[in-house]
Design a protein around this ligand. Structure first.
Ligand code: PLP
Length: 394
């Protein structure tokens, strides 16, 4: 329609939604496609108590309009939580967001004019690409190995690219690959951001879900010049549906987020913010995270074991030390999107084709497998069926 903005043309349908529709249409299909946290690990009884308690204690204040910046009680809890991660900040550095997804959008609104470039990893979080798309940005895409983005390749590109404004990264157990950036790469990116005057968007919804290895410092905790905007979320450790996340940045940046947010949704859900604050004040978040880690670790181990023992040897995989995903690479020339309908029909298994996770050039021989939202029995049945299917088609 001619009245629509140019932004509409920049939008592409989400591959996850498309694959989800195909998988959902087959009753009983085992899906490794979604990116959902396990509903079994959401503290439901706690939420029953919390909801009553918030209504008893805050009354209609929890149901009234509130501050755009965020519910004060929650902001204070976020500051304390971040201090435990060595991120030193004050309430003035926090903007509560409607999920960290909104934080991604706000950072792009803050920095990107049409034609500006964003540095992203190959592959990267598809939801970020969807958020950036309407702004008409360009991408500087950089390959990654097991330690994170290849910084020599990034620097070579920065020397020739114009109007590069920011780098978007998920350094802890990324979606889609599950990879973790080494300390050296984190420091290296901070140095490059300084040298080329870039902002870093450090998106960290999975950092707490660690199965092994030492906790590595966030770039935000090492940021001495206000170059990092840190995005956090309660979706993966508590209640995704409440849509509560937050950004941490310099005050002047957060002030601008507040202005944009006034135009977007006025504020995040007041009741939900009260509920999360109540959980943080009265319940044990560490114990909650541990229950998630114990559960997902077993599922990850199961998925990786079957991948190693039963899949064709030409199939490569990542070794996620945390998070919810394994990234799989099939031999070159295979198109996982084209294979999906056949896989659903014959193996009764679904996955997310990996191509759309690439900002510039789709690598179509890849797929993302989720292990958080599938039970162990389904992992065994589904992974064995997928292995058999791949032996047949490769
Ligand atoms: C890397 C990454 N960032 C951000 C989000 C958005 O999370 P939320 O908006 O629920 O906090 C997700 C969700 O899957 C994600 O994987």
């Amino acid at each position: 329609m001619s009245a629509f903005s140019k932004r509409v043309e920049y939008m592409k349908p989400s591959a996850i939604r498309e694959s989800g529709k195909m998988i959902g249409a087959k009753p009983g299909c085992i899906s490794f496609a979604g990116g959902l946290p396990s509903p079994d690990l959401m503290p439901l009884d706690a939420m029953r108590d919390i909801s009553a308690r918030v209504l008893d204690e805050a009354g209609t204040n929890a149901l009234q309009y509130g501050l755009t910046r965020g519910y004060k009680g929650l902001v204070e809890e976020i500051v304390k939580m971040l201090a435990k991660k060595d991120i030193v900040c004050e309430p003035k550095n926090i903007q509560v967001t409607t999920g960290s997804q909104q934080g991604i959008f706000l950072t792009a609104m803050l920095m990107i004019d049409e034609g500006d470039a964003i540095v992203v990893e190959n592959p990267t979080y598809l939801g970020a690409l969807t958020s950036f798309a309407p702004l008409g940005c360009r991408y500087v895409d950089v390959d990654a190995d097991d330690d994170g983005m290849l910084l020599e390749q990034l620097e070579a590109k920065l020397q020739v690219e114009k109007n590069v404004k920011m780098v978007y990264v998920v350094p802890n157990f990324s979606n889609p690959t599950g990879k973790e950036w080494s300390l050296e790469r984190r420091k290296g990116l901070l140095a490059l951001a300084e040298k080329y005057d870039l902002m870093i968007i450090e998106d960290d919804p999975y950092g707490d879900i660690r199965y092994e290895g030492e906790v590595l410092p966030s770039m935000k905790s090492m940021d001495t010049n206000g170059r990092v905007i840190y995005l956090g979320s309660f979706s993966k450790v508590l209640y995704a549906g409440l849509r509560v996340g937050f950004t941490v940045a310099e005050e002047s940046i957060v002030d601008t987020f507040e202005l944009f947010k006034q135009g977007i949704d006025l504020q995040s859900n007041e009741f939900a913010q009260n509920q999360i604050a109540c959980f943080l004040q009265n319940y044990d978040l560490d114990a909650q995270i541990q229950s998630i880690v114990d559960n997902y670790k077993e599922k990850r181990d199961l998925m990786l074991t079957i991948l190693d023992e039963e899949f064709p040897k030409s199939v490569k995989r990542t070794s996620p030390k945390g998070g919810m995903f394994v990234w799989v690479e099939l031999p070159e020339g295979v198109d996982t999107f084209a294979l999906l309908p056949q896989c659903i029909a014959e193996a009764n298994v679904g996955y997310v084709p990996g191509g759309p996770f690439y900002a510039v050039e789709e690598q179509k021989n890849t797929m993302r497998l989720n292990f958080s939202n599938v039970d162990k029995e389904a992992i065994v049945i589904g992974m064995k069926a997928l292995a058999k299917f791949l032996h047949k088609v490769l």
